[in-house]
Write a protein that binds this ligand. Sequence first.
Ligand code: DOR
Length: 457
Amino acid sequence: METDNIVIRHARIIDPSRQLDRVGDILLGGGEILATGRIGVDRIPDGCRVIDGAGLVASPGFIDLHCHLREPGFEYKETIAAGSRAAAKGGFTTLCCMPNTEPPIDNAAVVEFINQRARQDSLVRILPIGCVTKGRKGHELAEMEELASAGVVAFSDDGDPVYDANLMRLALIYSSDLGLPISNHCQDLSLSCNGVMAEGPVATHLGLDGIPAAAEEAMIARDITLAEATGGRLHVAHVSTAGSVPLVREAKERGLSVTAEVCPHHLTTTDQWVFGGKGEPTAAAGGLAYDTSTKVYPPLRSQRDVDALIEALSDGVIDCIATDHAPHDLTSKQVTYQEAAFGISVLETALGSLLQLVHNSKLSMGAMIDRLTTGPAKVLGESYADLASMQPGTPADIVLFDPEQEWTVDTSEFESKGRNTPLEGTVLKGRVVATFTSGSLVYQGPGLKIEEPHAKS
Ligand code: DOR
């Protein structure tokens, strides 16, 4: 007899929603988690598939508050279908997609289009983010209430900041009424000018225009002031500088409704990578400088910034990890550094690169998982808590990964259409072996040991 029951045996279960970190079993059925702990053979239904979880970590599926799925409008860069396969391969079961599509997500019809595509094509949950301003043009607020009723989970003009301070103020007023955060891409354009990488010695050496840290920090400071004045709900997207950390920390200490995210690449790579050689000190000799896959907004910064971000993430000053998965087509990247598009394809490498921090004892495994699950769920609000939990009765959104499995990043094997990553050819330690969305096995990776259904004798 075939059922949809699956039992995962002897996995290290990490469920930050109830501070659980213990070896045990997980029984799934009917799209939900039925039980966790030690599950006796007598409780395993007939026809249940069995996964050997020994040596593997099982946690709630990761929730990404910030990714670009490019549909509608830029299907040559990514689609909801391909992005969702990349997500499943990377252990993500929920994606919040940014509205810099064409048309942008600034009205209910586009939200409905995305929801429909997601129902049809996606292996994971897709939660659209609506624009703050009409057409993302920064002149006039979008119909935020209409977007909220259509089901967006946040507002953002990501890719561009909400530059007009009064529009940001009004958006924050609406955000508290609607109970949804404004996720701002903090970039003071008058400071970033034509910059293409972080300001500093590497930019000077390469002769590239630099983006000062103040371009980010000035806008975060402005937004915090506005959040305080309005009581609004501010989420700071992709924090990248050491100087941004005390701004967020102090805002939280003052009791403001401010949260923040950081991307895997800002935790694991520096501006030295633009110099070439994957950031190795020997890069200058033989590395490939001006590698456009390192061009991203906010830019890769110094080791000092990276260290401060890791500490802030570990302390909880930064609430969560978000990928800013920004897939691009080859022709947007196979141009000069100045002309190349900003963005890195991240979904499939996020876990492997973040685990470097765990292996190097810079971040605990529990904190990493918390910032990929409970952290983003809290930003989304109470009604999403179940997606970050492995309590019986919650949806069976689960990732199973092998923290020790080494693999070489080969973008020709990516599910994402975006092959733009500076990690091509690097060896990462830690890989997803299975992902479940609502109890469905949406990804099976190397190393998965699964027994097909068999009846109890
Ligand atoms: O590098 C980036 N690419 N940063 C952003 O904020 C936008 C994104 C994109 O849409 O390509």
